[in-house]
Design a protein around this ligand. Sequence first.
Ligand code: NAD
Length: 494
Amino acid sequence: MARIPHIINGEKVDAAERTQPVYNPATGEEQHELSIASVETVEQAIAAAKAALPKWRRTSLTKRADVFFNVRQLIKQRTPELAAIITSEHGKVLSDAAGEIARGLENVEFAAGLLHLLKGERDEQVSTGIDVHSVKQPVGVVAAITPFNFPAMVPLWMIASAIACGNTVVLKPSERDPSASIFIADLFREAGLPDGVLNVVNGDKTAVDTLLDAPDVKAVSFVGSTPIARYIYERASANGKRVQALGGAKNHMLVLPDADIEMAADAAVSAAYGSAGERCMAVSVLVAVGEVGDKIVPAIKERMEKLVIGDGTDPASEMGPLITREAKERVESYVAGAEAEGATVVVDGREAKFEGNGFFTGMTLLDNVKTDSKVYLEEIFGPVLAVVRVDTYEEGLELINEHQFGNGTAIYTRDGGVAREFEFDVQAGMVGINVPVPVPVGSFSFGGWKDSLFGDSHIYGPESIHFYTRSKVVTTRWPDPATSKVDLGFPSNS
Ligand code: NAD
């Protein structure tokens, strides 16, 4: 069994202090051993990033941009291999894995425009003979801590902009599917990124805590579940670092009576069950207004019956397994409790039969879900769609706004006026109007509201340039020495 190493200063490091299995979720078999970093190993990675910083921040912007143009090409060429790695460790189907790579590439393409992104501002003659300009400088060593559900895209959300801005990085990918990060780091190296600029350490809480406490780490980007996001935010900010910590979600799709029901049903099924519901932007609640419930629930059920669940490497499969056996058991325990909580179980995913030991579960559809039940309030992170019925648009909006999470949301309607009201009033960071999974394109930033994000910077796009740089404002005067005199007054404009 191959052991997955760390990458420190361009070298594959197999310290193997502790190891942990990495599974193929479709078969349930251990396929790799993963080196779990000790404090010392993480400290070595931080030291390598710190050592690489002075040279990298001096590297010209055009040379930095070159790396991104090159790595874009390499990632595009090697997409089938990277997708196969993702599928073998995460379980999602190959086409979905290729989709996440394409979305991650948007961040590389954005970073390739760094000459434009890092431009400062200049004001001439702010006072007589005085000019002011600002520059954006890197913050230093950045820690990037990522979840299992997008093993290529989420690392690219962080590392592309962080590196473009002249920082160096220690990436700590999810221990469940770390190989995509190693593959991407290798491609960055091939693209010309100097050693030490991007380091990868594999590990668990020990590695994360070491990054959160290290004085040389100046900024922390985190994506994962809400309890851990809150912890990361509190600990890293108490240590004086800037932090963006993106957490969990419970995304509502509000369907109004004037919506095209067939289209809304297609969207709900795609957004709820794609990637087995293991997307932070998955639709997990459908809010049916008025008579919508009676029409859309059968339409969704009909579509579910035709979907194929299986090994993600099989082109016929549309949904793969869950990430771990524990995840499968956790999701199924929510389904088991749903009826007692007052829901109508329209399709019970536990009844689906699968051969072998893979971490598969079927798709579940719950109707008449109560808003005080666990299946409504908590993030399940699996293929479970909860339908909540309400009488009015206002009731639906209120539900969304009162929920703990505010990542994404969507409205299905043909009424532009109501859609505009929804956009104005809804308490969520990303809104889809007849778009079920409104993940912003790479030239905008991604982030939720409420318990879906701790910190004030959204991730990737323009906000990432702000997050990964410090601004410096320079005031300049070139006076005639003959006019110089002592003046103890506070400098004022003249
Ligand atoms: P997770 O919180 O379990 O793990 C995320 C990272 O934190 C991993 O690298 C993990 O090693 C580390 N970690 C786990 N426990 C820790 C602890 N006690 N102390 C320190 N570090 C710890 O999340 P996950 O299960 O890998 O990913 C799924 C979650 O991520 C879901 O809640 C999903 O909604 C969320 N997510 C959110 C977004 C977003 O943009 N808001 C995007 C993707 C995923």
